[in-house]
Write a protein that binds this ligand. Structure first.
Ligand SMILES: [Zn+2]
Length: 158
């Protein structure tokens, strides 16, 4: 990329970020794009459902409780997840890393990651981005299974 291209790219990137930074839906995506220069998962050969779930999570539009009840006036801290008894905010990080409703799926997909010493030493936020950035395929597989499990419980779908 030439110097001019790179300046232009950075200029539009910063404008774009400033434009969306206040939109809470994009909270995950903004953090992610600042951390990864190249969106490696775009190149991954994923199934359509996996790619879709991953994209929705990254854009903050995966139908988690925090989004589906967005229009009910409540503080973010009051948006407690419904699928567990942990009294945690039902956000992306809780959904992927903590919610006890998905414990089995998590150990199935992330066992070697979450038992690694590096993971245990990082903060919750760092762990979330570590998993998303470095293990996009595993994350996508987990998301598809987790959404399927939740649908089965909520709608009785198989
Ligand atoms: Zn939960």
């Amino acid at each position: 990329m030439s110097l001019f291209d790179s300046r232009l790219h950075n200029y539009y990137l910063s404008m774009w970020k400033r434009g969306i930074i206040d939109v809470s839906k994009f909270r995950t995506y903004v953090k992610l794009t600042t951390m990864v220069e190249q969106e490696s998962c775009v190149k991954l050969n994923l199934r359509k459902s996996q790619r879709s779930c991953l994209a929705q999570l990254r854009c903050g539009i995966l139908p988690l409780r925090i989004e589906t009840e967005m229009y009910i006036v409540e503080q973010r801290e009051e948006r407690i997840g419904r699928f567990c008894s942990e009294n945690s905010i039902g956000d992306e990080s809780h959904f992927v890393l903590d919610c006890s409703f998905y414990t089995e799926l998590r150990s199935e997909h992330f066992e070697d990651i979450i038992s690694h010493v590096k993971y245990l030493q990082m903060s919750n936020d760092e762990n979330f981005y570590h998993v998303l950035i470095n293990f996009p395929r595993k994350t996508a597989e987990y998301l598809v299974d987790a959404i399927k499990k939740r649908r089965q419980v909520v709608f009785g779908q198989v």
